[in-house]
Design a protein around this ligand. Sequence first.
Ligand SMILES: Cc1cc2nc3c(=O)[nH]c(=O)nc-3n(C[C@H](O)[C@H](O)[C@H](O)COP(=O)(O)O)c2cc1C
Length: 168
Amino acid sequence: MTKTAIIYSYNTKKTSKIATLIQEGFNDPAIEMINAEEITEDTFLSFDHIIMGVATWFDGELPNFWDEFVPALEEMDLTGKKFALFGLGDQKGYPENFLDGVGIMGEILEEQGAALVGFTSTEGYEFESSRALRNEQFMGLAIDYENQGSMNKQRVAAWIDQLRKEFA
Ligand SMILES: Cc1cc2nc3c(=O)[nH]c(=O)nc-3n(C[C@H](O)[C@H](O)[C@H](O)COP(=O)(O)O)c2cc1C
C-alpha cells in the first residue's frame, strides 16, 4: 500500500495552518502528519508520497530546523518516491528571494532521485526572482500569507485536486 505523509515543522504557525488545510482537504485518515523537527531517516524513508512544507527564511534560505536533516537527505536514495512541496513566502517583503526554500529543497530531493509533482503557475504573483522556478512554474504550491492570505483556501483546494491526479 502506498504510504503518504505531510511533513512540516509543528513549531511554525503559518506552515502548520496550511498543512492542516491540506490534511482536511484530502480527508484521508491514512495520510500521516509528521513533525519535521523530530523526523528520523527510517520514518522519512517509510513513505512513498511526501507532501512537505518548506518556508523561506533568512533572505532566501531554508528554516534552520532543516539544517540537521539536510545532510542525511543528501545521502538518501529517493528513487521511486514522489514529493509535493508547499512553500510559504512573502513576495512583497522578499521579492528577490520569493519562495527560494522550495527551490533549494526541490533541488536536493531531485538530486537524490525523487520525482517532484504539484508544480503551479506563477500567474497572480508579483516578484523579481525565485529559486523555486522551473520552466516558468513554481516547483510546488506558493502560499503568501502576508499579502494574499485570502487566496490560501482556494489555492490549497486546487492543488489537492492536482495532487490526487499526480500522485495516482
Ligand atoms: C527574517 C525573515 C526572513 C524572510 N525571508 C524570506 C525570503 O527570503 N523569501 C520569502 O519568500 N519569504 C521570506 N520570509 C517570509 C516567510 O517565509 C513568511 O512569513 C512565512 O509565512 C513564514 O512561515 P512560518 O511562520 O510558517 O515559518 C521571511 C520572513 C522573515 C521573518
